[in-house]
Write a protein that binds this ligand. Structure first.
Ligand code: ADP
Ligand code: MG
Length: 225
């Protein structure tokens, strides 16, 4: 792939999005400001307003996080990644968060599979899929992550037994701000798709309402010497 073209394309998307992100962040900030003013003027200390203000600030913060990680330039530093090593780190990061939400993470990973990419981006992408899986299982469940080599490709599958999606929803994935969650940003998959694309990978979704979702990622594997 052409790295310069990729960067130009990325800059265009970033500038298109910057305006709308600014707008999205301004909303929760203005709402929070309103609550604080209410609390100050009426000298009432209503717990509800504090909670709502904190929620709105969290929302502003997630929008900024999702967008800024996308805009960071370190994307360009590629290295050879060992999938088992990277998934080990992801397990350590995500399993406490998963168990807090009643979700078990199960990993079934072949050793020695290597791909090219940026380690922190790769981590961010896989974490986004896991987070979506956790959020799709309101009363808990299991996420199974498998990685294996097939026909010179590295295959990673992430499966949840959550709410699932219909075809219409699947078609909208990756569209900026498409979210069905009250606290969603709708930026997670947009960022994730870009990361996978930059690594020459492909993504497919297999999903059924009420049954769950399986995401399949395929990357060109680095041949063992
Ligand atoms: P967010 O998580 O902030 O809503 P994303 O871009 O990560 O934004 O996801 C967009 C939407 O795609 C979600 O709101 C949800 O409706 C749907 N979605 C993504 N992953 C899953 C999944 N594993 N199960 C069910 N729905 C999903
Ligand atoms: Mg998400």
């Amino acid at each position: 792939y052409n790295r310069r073209l990729q960067r130009a394309e990325k800059l265009k998307i970033i500038s298109d999005l910057a305006a709308s992100v600014a707008h999205e962040v301004r909303n929760p900030l203005q709402v929070t400001r309103g609550f604080l003013q209410l609390l100050a003027e009426r000298e009432l200390s209503n717990r509800k307003y504090y909670d709502m203000a904190i929620e709105e600030l969290d929302r502003a913060s997630s929008i900024i996080t999702d967008f800024l990680t996308f805009a960071k330039p370190e994307m360009d530093e590629f290295a050879v990644l060992d999938i088992a090593d990277e998934l080990d780190k992801i397990y350590a990061i995500m399993s406490p968060h998963a168990s807090l939400n009643g979700v078990t993470l199960r990993f079934d990973v072949q050793d020695g599979i290597r791909i090219e990419g940026n380690a922190s981006r790769f981590k961010q992408a896989i974490i986004n899929f896991i987070k979506n899986g956790i959020e799709a299982m309101e009363s808990g469940g299991e996420i199974v992550i498998r990685a294996y080599r097939q026909d010179g490709q590295a295959v990673i599958r992430i499966r949840d037994n959550g709410s699932g999606m219909d075809e219409e929803q699947i078609a909208k994935l990756g569209t900026p701000y498409f979210s069905t969650k009250t606290k969603g940003t709708g930026l997670g998959l947009m960022v994730t798709f870009r990361i996978i694309e930059a690594m020459n990978g492909t993504i497919s979704f297999d999903s059924k309402i009420g049954k769950g979702t399986e995401v399949t990622l395929r990357f060109p594997a680095v041949h063992p010497e």
